[in-house]
Design a protein around this ligand. Structure first.
Ligand code: NAD
Ligand code: WQD
Length: 366
């Protein structure tokens, strides 16, 4: 029998597909809902290929409360939700803010309502380190602990901070309702997982990030420079007060990140703590130049770059203090950013067209 059944919104996307795989590998049943606006159903085949189990799948928009309600009714065993479905491009969020609020905030409202209607008690939410904004504005907040005051600096970050608040208020209200009725109020629980910079791919080379549009994150772009799809990497600023002048980020392997969701969910189910926020990062910061070097050494040659002015909205340093997740969840990263570079290179070099091509036979035989 399954350990539990989890509805994963956005489960065919990058982090959602790795988390669905981790859940299946640890005995959970998985029901994915996704609109496929930034992902492909082929992710389901790859999950199956790797672990021999296939999630149930429904193509729907997460803002459609009635469609969600029908899925919960069809799968009454669902007792938890991991909520990934969202729009995530920081630059675009400033251009079409209403769409970001509709999907990210409106989608969460629809999901929470459908969960309430169907008495589904646990939610794990994809938040982001971006909620902290520029933590260097406070003394002693790098590496960033969860107690660092939040202060997003872009629309995307505002949607994440709002959803954190909405989940917090909702769970508290649900618990109070049960308390008043003299029932076990610990029933409702939430985890707010603040990820730092997710990257990498599955070590098999069979699963990785395959967004529909043009990538804007550092590692996917480095992948494109390495395959020759891009001539060079544009480095956004070498005048930061860091060890080499470029900005510092905490790069976390997507396999470690997926495991973080699994342990957070297990913690909610076991300890029923109410709402908790946890940083999911390695605690190790790397500069842009260090990443170019690390990826280049995996590829086996220096990767071309050109220094440009700083990108608007970028901050000097987003490095996690992951002590709370270490202590409470017993979770810490096991895979280095060098390993993430190695796995990413295996993914992009073997699957230049992502999920739009069959994986090479060598990978299937391995
Ligand atoms: P992704 O785009 O690969 O995955 C998101 C999934 O949600 C996609 O499959 C997309 O098709 C789906 N989706 C989008 N809008 C939807 C809608 N209206 N209805 C149903 N499905 C919809 O992104 P990802 O990198 O896997 O990110 C997953 C979550 O993690 C997002 O909430 C994102 O904001 C958050 N996050 C990502 C990062 C990162 O750098 N990748 C960092 C911190 C937080
Ligand atoms: C990393 C570093 C850039 C591209 C974003 C979101 C954050 C989270 C993760 C979702 C920065 C530099 C990048 C390039 C460069 N996503 N860079 N040239 O900005 O830290 O975080 O993704 O929640 O919310 O803000 O990630 O990969 O874009 O940039 O020099 O072409 O690489 O300036 O220092 P970022 P990133």
């Amino acid at each position: 029998m399954a350990v539990g059944t989890v509805l994963v919104s956005g489960g065919t996307g990058y982090i959602g597909s790795f988390t669905s795989l981790a859940l299946l590998e640890h005995g959970y049943d998985v029901v994915i809902v996704d609109s496929l606006c930034n992902s492909s159903k082929v992710a389901l085949d790859r999950i199956d290929l790797i672990c021999g189990k296939r999630p149930a799948f429904y193509e729907l928009d997460v803002t459609d409360e009635d469609a969600l309600d029908r899925v919960f009714k069809k799968h009454p065993a669902i007792d938890s939700v991991i909520h990934f479905a969202a729009l995530k491009a920081v630059g675009e969020s400033g251009e079409i803010p209403l769409e970001y609020y509709r999907v990210n905030v409106g989608g969460t409202l629809a999901l929470l309502r459908a969960m309430s209607k169907n008495n589904v008690p646990n939610i794990v939410f994809s938040s982001s380190a971006t909620v902290y904004g520029d933590a260097t504005r406070f003394p002693n907040m790098i590496p960033i602990p969860e107690r660092c005051p939040i202060g997003p600096t872009n629309t995307y970050g505002h949607t994440k901070a709002m959803v954190e608040q909405i989940i917090t208020d909702h769970i508290e209200a649900e618990r109070n309702k049960l308390k008043k009725a003299g029932q076990a109020f610990e029933h409702f629980n939430g985890a707010l997982l603040r990820y730092f910079n997710p990257c990498g791919a599955h070590p098999s080379g069979l699963m990785g990030e395959d967004p529909q549009g043009v990538p804007y994150n550092l590692l996917p772009l480095l992948g494109k420079v390495a395959t020759g799809e891009r001539e060079k990497l544009l480095v956004f600023g070498d005048d930061y007060p860091s060890r080499d002048g470029t900005a510092i980020r905490d790069y976390i392997h997507v396999v470690d990140l997926a495991r973080g969701h699994l342990v957070a969910l297990n913690y909610l189910r076991e300890h029923k703590p109410g709402v908790r926020a946890w940083n999911l990062g390695s605690g190790r910061g790397s500069t842009v130049f260090e990443m170019i070097k690390a990826f280049g050494s995996v590829v086996g040659r220096d990767l071309p770059y050109e220094v440009m002015p700083r990108r608007q909205g970028d901050v000097l340093d987003l490095t996690a203090n992951p002590a709370l997740a270490n202590k409470e969840l017993g979770w810490k990263t096991e895979l280095t950013m060098e390993k993430a570079c190695e796995d990413l290179w295996r993914w992009v070099s073997n699957n230049p067209r992502g999920y739009r091509q069959d994986p090479p036979a060598e990978l299937l035989e391995a």
